[in-house]
Design a protein around this ligand. Structure first.
Ligand code: C2E
Ligand code: CA
Ligand code: CA
Ligand code: CA
Length: 277
């Protein structure tokens, strides 16, 4: 009788949880998910186009609900940003990277993980102290954590600038993300001290299409080279795109041609197969 009673109690708890959740708004659900730590990181490999070696990964947030369904970031990132919750989510991503990858990062010093920052992170800069505290004693070096910022993050340009300067002083590399998709990309490129530029997949997509590759991507590459920035091309899906980028001397690439974003365990295996000898 005891196991049956236990089972009944367990399903009663499950029922109550389900009922409670059902009554929550999307925002209420998000708050609960943050408290219950339902966010995980998936890792999309970043490849050295010349050698095929996996030099890093971008950490991408995934919300895995208790019922097993996964929610896309396009839904919950804006919701978190609009409601002052993105700082908490960024912190959980930092913790996920450490939990998932500390041994790999210590074993391969040339490996880096890129974290996405939102406007609030860039304005407050609090994430920098959080990272220092979180990596203390893990053996991970600040240099192994890259930070990605989109133009949406530069609403307060002076605050963002101060955070970027401090991040680089600590040892992070900072990349401008989704480059070219906003109105003022060029201005930011001039005003912010940056290490890397990520070419948005909207431009990579134009490669080879109807014979006429958008001239814009060529100019972005030339400009990044002039400014001595690392270049990461995003959203590479075809061999043709890869060939074009390689020919133009783009060093790093990311996209489905190499790999989709992977759960931590699968990323570790991917990296093991494609690292420096
Ligand atoms: P993003 O930073 O531009 O990330 C790249 C997105 O492109 C990812 O979508 C990735 O899965 C997708 N992608 C990569 N390769 C390919 C490809 O070859 N083809 C196509 N069609 N898509 C590709 P995802 O994971 O859905 O993330 C969407 C956006 O959500 C990200 O865009 C980023 O802006 C935001 N995001 C994700 N995780 C975080 C996070 O932890 N913090 C913040 N602040 N934003 C995040
Ligand atoms: Ca990004
Ligand atoms: Ca991007
Ligand atoms: Ca993008």
């Amino acid at each position: 009788l005891l196991p049956v009673a236990g089972l009944m109690a367990a399903s009663l708890v499950a029922l109550i949880t389900w009922l409670a959740r059902r009554r929550l708004s999307p925002l209420g659900e998000l708050e609960l998910a943050l408290r219950n730590r339902e966010f995980v990181a998936h890792y999309q490999p970043i490849i050295d186009i010349e050698t095929g070696i996996c030099v890093g990964a971008e950490a991408l947030a995934r919300w895995r609900r208790p019922d097993g369904t996964a929610v896309r970031p396009d839904f919950f990132i804006p919701l978190a940003e609009e409601n002052g919750l993105i700082g908490a989510l960024t912190n959980q991503m930092v913790e996920a990277v450490i939990r998932d990858l500390a041994p790999v990062l210590v074993a391969d010093r040339s490996l880096h993980i890129a974290l996405n920052l939102s406007a609030e992170d860039l304005v407050s800069g609090r994430v920098l102290a959080f990272i220092q505290q979180a990596i203390a004693g893990t053996g991970i070096r600040t240099e192994q954590l890259w930070l990605e910022a989109t133009e949406r993050g530069f609403i307060d340009i002076e605050a963002a600038r101060a955070t970027i300067i401090e991040a680089r002083r600590l040892g992070h590399s900072v990349a401008i993300d989704d480059f070219g998709t906003g109105y003022s990309s060029l201005q930011y490129l001039q005003r912010l001290p940056l290490d890397a530029l990520k070419i948005d997949k909207a431009f990579v997509e134009t490669i080879g299409r109807n014979a006429a590759t958008s001239p814009v991507i060529g100019h972005i590459i030339d400009m990044a080279k002039t400014l001595d920035l690392h270049i990461v091309a995003e959203g590479i899906e075809t061999e043709e795109q890869l060939a074009y980028l390689r020919e133009r001397g783009v060093r790093f690439g990311q996209g489905w041609l190499f790999s989709k974003p992977l759960p931590a365990g699968e990323f570790v295996a991917f990296h093991r197969r494609r690292q420096h000898e």
